[in-house]
Design a binder for this molecule. Structure first.
Ligand code: ADP
Length: 272
């Protein structure tokens, strides 16, 4: 059985020094963009009952880059689906700008581990797809696609088809497509987990740059602690998946990492 909790946010200063970030920390005086209150999601099947999420409470403010770490099967995808409005919680509330999330919306776009691209469309048309669904005018679509292709460094491949792209390039297309609709929040579900270490490094770096430029609110789930440390603006929160265990209220980043590694070796991430 899985127990899932989220701790209080770590102080922004600890995150800043630990990651070498000098960027501005997010103002917390405003109302949160997203609020989860005692969210639960249970799956009852003929074979077994699984508690994927239980008593999950946390806020995300506009402009934050929040990483949530947990091992496979820990409820990370379930959490993103519930926030995206693709699934409904059994208990508690998910509020987006104070309103309950009841359905999917282009305001909250999911970026999946496996890029779900259309093989019959070229890169440009894939990126444009969400804008067509939104009914954006042609000129607006052209400008947005240009901007997003530049952002993910794929301008030279705009006429290429999906089968001509590497794994990293496919993820870039998925990211550009998500950014093109200017979502309020990007929900990223281990988007770099299937990539080789070198490509992952490059994409992590590019994602940080995109976030610094756009300040799109990002909620990124990963089983890789290193990835979370590298990427996040705030990662004190963690999905906690160890039954009967209490999360430590550690003020120190390294203590916290050691604590996590001791309980979840698979969360450690690849050595570099
Ligand atoms: P993660 O993304 O962290 O790997 P998931 O959110 O996919 O974890 O799954 C959490 C738990 O919920 C797992 O035990 C999984 O088997 C279970 N689960 C997820 N979706 C379903 C479903 N549709 N039906 C039954 N069990 C599910």
């Amino acid at each position: 059985m899985t127990v899932t909790t989220i701790t209080e946010a770590r102080p922004a200063s600890a995150v800043t020094s630990a990651t070498g970030r000098t960027g501005e920390s997010t103002a917390r005086t405003s109302k949160p963009l997203l609020s989860l209150r005692s969210v639960a999601r249970r799956f009852l099947t003929s074979r077994q009952n699984t508690t994927a999420l239980e008593g999950l409470t946390f806020d995300v403010h506009a402009g934050e880059f929040l990483c949530i770490v947990g091992p496979s099967g820990g409820g990370k995808s379930t959490l993103l689906n519930v926030i995206a409005g693709l699934d409904a919680p059994d208990g508690g509330q998910v509020l987006f700008e104070d309103k309950p999330v009841t359905k999917a919306s282009p305001e909250r776009v999911v970026v999946f581990q496996e890029p779900a691209l259309f093989p019959w469309l070229n890169v440009r048309a894939n990126v444009e797809f969400g804008l067509l669904l939104k009914g954006s005018p042609a000129e607006e679509r052209r400008a947005a696609v240009d901007r997003c292709l530049d952002m993910v460094n794929l301008r030279h491949f705009e006429r290429a088809y999906v089968h001509e792209l590497s794994g990293g390039m496919k993820q870039r297309v998925q990211l550009a497509r998500a950014l093109a609709v200017e979502p309020r929040m990007l929900l990223m579900d281990e988007p770099f987990a299937a990539l080789d270490a070198q490509t992952r490094d490059i994409l992590q770096h590019e994602l940080q740059e995109i976030w610094a430029r756009t300040r799109t609110t990002i909620l990124f789930v990963t089983h890789n602690v290193r990835e979370a440390v590298i990427l996040a603006d705030r990662w004190g929160e963690i999905v906690h998946l160890f039954e009967g265990d209490e999360l430590p209220s550690v003020p120190d980043l390294l203590d916290w990492l050691s604590w996590l590694h001791a309980r979840c070796p698979e969360c450690e991430g690849e050595s570099r």
